[in-house]
Structures are given as C-alpha cells and as structure tokens.
Design a protein around this ligand. Structure first.
Ligand SMILES: C[S@@+](CC[C@H](N)C(=O)[O-])C[C@H]1O[C@@H](n2cnc3c(N)ncnc32)[C@H](O)[C@@H]1O
Length: 346
C-alpha cells in the first residue's frame, strides 16, 4: 500500500467511508475484476488493488481522474497495470466496460455524493465555508447551481428544496431567492447561504448549518444524482457475474430508499413482485440475495474521526446465477415530483 488510504480528512485527502465494511462485503481477491463506480480520492480503488484485483475506476469529475493518474503512478509495479481509470458518469459504465472488452465483473462499489476534495475546493461551489462560484456540477457542465437559482421559478425552486433537501422551509427559501436575484444575480455560495440562513429560525448552536439541506438539494438536482443511481443499479444486474457482489454507500434517505427497493425487488425474483409467491420459484428467479439484513452504518469511532461519515449507510447484495430480471426502473425508483434538468435548460 503506498499511502494509508484511511487518511485524515483534515489533511485534504478524502477519508474513505466504511472502507473495512465495503471490503468485507465485496471480498475482492487476486484474479477478480472490480468496478469502482466512484473513484473520488481512490481510497476504495487502492484497497481493491492491494487485494490483488483488477480495478476499473469511474468518475465523472476530470479532477478525480487526473488525481488517480498521479497516485496510480506511485503504485508498485504489478498493481499499476491492473488499474484503469475512465472519465464517465457511472450510469454509462456498462457501455464503457463494453468498450474495454469486459463482459462480466466480480464486484461493484458505489460510494455516492461528493469527495472531500470537491467539497474543499471553493471554486467548485459545493460548500458555503468559503466563497466560490455557484457551480456544484461534478463534471463542470451546465445548467449548474447558479443557472438554477437565477432562472427557476419560485415553484420549481421550492420543489427542488423540498424533494431533494427534505427542507421544511423550502417555500420561504425559494421566495427569498427570487426576491434577492431581482436586485442582482446570485453568483457566490456565501450570498446564497446568507439568503437561506436569513429566512430560517435560529436553531441551537450544534445543529447542522441552516444552508446544508438547500445546498445538498441543488447538488443532487444539477447532477441528476438519483436517476444516475437508478440507471447504474440496473446495469449492475447485467454486468455482475454469478456470485458477484454489489456494495452501495449512500448519504441521503432518497438514495438509500432506491438501493433498498432495488435489492428487495431483485431478491423477490420474478414471482415475488408485488405478492408473496412460492419460495421455490423465488429462489430460481431472484437475481440478487441481500448480504446482511440491515444497512451497515459507521461505528462511533469512524464518525468521531470523520464527521462526514455520519449519515452513511451501506447496503450490499450478491448476484445469483439467475438471468437478469431487467425490471422496469420504476419498480425501485419513482422520479420525484420536482422539475427535471430539461425544464431548467429550456
Ligand atoms: C464520496 S466520493 C468517492 C470516494 C472514494 N470511494 C474514495 O474512497 O476516495 C464520490 C465520487 O463519486 C463521483 N461521482 C458522483 N456521482 C457520480 C456519477 N454519477 N458518475 C461518476 N462519478 C460520480 C464524484 O465525482 C466523487 O469523486
């Protein structure tokens, strides 16, 4: 191992969340092929390489890919030629694997959300700790968060904050944004954070910052994060070899619900959809079996060491030998009652 992948988050590295638990669920080994759908700082990927697996890492953020070339360049020979980095959204990973001539893989990890590096770069606009241009796009594209706050209607803004941020004061925040942008466009993260904070009742000092939910909502919205997850899960069913393992770490209840429903629907098999049918039939057609009955959350020591881990949940499942069910994604993901990115583009 070249660096300690459990690095201290205060040093500007991304400290991988639930790493030991993900390794226990995925059990990567020499000769296997593992997909890391969310390379980030490469914490998981380096651990998969350490275990001897061929590792194909995806990230939609070009800076994560550039960084992976740096750390991969420092890997011991023998590990470096087992690593491939691909700049692409994970919803497209099946196609990308096809392009690499890879048909089936043995394990897939998804560790959702943003990395500490993204969060700690003010110019990316993810954080309100320092001022930065309101972007929040992981891939730098448009529309970005600035486009949304400066062009969406009050109703659309309120829906985005309510649905993706589960924000109680969504309507108030939306109205305050529309009033503020009439004076001047909202360009920086600190101005947006002040507008959001200004309409909320003062809470106890230990509460999360009042702008946290609104920022999270905008980030999930502009990166289309829920639809990305649903599409990637469908591909996991087709790409995992029999016995292959899937591990997904989520940080938001909407994401966790999608993963939970995906695993439950595929573990119920063709016969189990919407009813309680014969167990024998279920065994023959279920394409996944859950690994563990409950989601795994970080131990208190991990949360103390790395407060960003506090809302993490890991769910894992093993691919059976049954053919893919190719369920309609609406079985496990219902598009939220909020505007789409297309609505903002037009
Ligand atoms: C929480 S970090 C992953 C950290 C990583 N497990 C580690 O140990 O360093 C999430 C990463 O996933 C990337 N990401 C998020 N959504 C993505 C998507 N739909 N497609 C590809 N990459 C995505 C982000 O750009 C970010 O770099």
């Amino acid at each position: 191992m070249i660096d300690d992948v459990r690095s201290d988050p205060l040093r500007g590295e991304h400290a991988p969340v639930l790493l030991d638990e993900v390794l226990a669920a995925l059990a990567p080994s020499a000769g296997e092929t593992v997909v890391d759908g969310t390379l980030g700082g490469g914490g998981y990927a380096r651990a998969f390489l350490d275990a001897g697996a061929r590792t194909i890492g995806f990230d939609r953020d070009p800076t994560a890919i550039a960084r992976s070339k740096e750390w991969a360049g420092r890997l011991a020979s023998g590990s470096d030629d087992r690593f491939t980095a691909v700049e692409a959204p994970f919803a497209d990973f099946e196609e990308a694997l096809d392009g690499l001539g890879v048909d089936k893989v043995d394990a897939i990890a998804l560790d959702l959300g943003v990395s500490s590096m993204q969060f700690d770069q003010p110019e990316r606009g993810f954080s309100f700790r320092n001022d930065g241009k309101l972007s929040m796009r992981m891939d730098g594209g448009r529309p970005d968060a600035g486009d949304v706050v400066n062009s969406a209607s009050v109703d659309d803004l309120a829906a985005i904050f309510r649905v993706y941020g589960e924000e109680r004061f969504a309507g108030r925040i939306a109205r305050a944004i529309v009033a503020a942008r009439a004076d001047a466009p909202i360009v920086g993260t600190l101005r947006l954070a002040a507008i959001v904070e200004g309409v909320q009742p003062k809470g106890p000092p230990n509460r999360i910052h009042p702008a946290t939910r609104a920022f999270q909502a905008l980030r999930i919205f502009v990166n289309d994060e829920l639809a990305q997850l649903a599409a990637a899960l469908g591909a996991c069913e087709r790409v995992l070899a029999p016995g292959g393992r899937l591990a997904v770490v989520t940080f938001h209840s909407l994401e966790d619900r999608i993963v939970k429903r995906f695993i439950a629907a595929h573990a119920a098999g063709a016969a189990g959809r919407g009813s309680r049918h014969a167990p024998v039939e279920t065994q023959l057609t279920a394409s996944f079996e859950p690994i563990g009955r409950k989601p795994i959350t970080p131990a208190p020591e991990e949360v103390l060491r790395n407060p960003r881990a506090r809302s993490a949940k890991l769910r894992a499942a093993r691919r059976t030998a049954a053919p893919p069910l190719n369920l309609d994604p609406s079985t496990y993901y219902s598009a939220p009652a909020a505007p789409s990115l297309e609505d903002i583009r037009s």
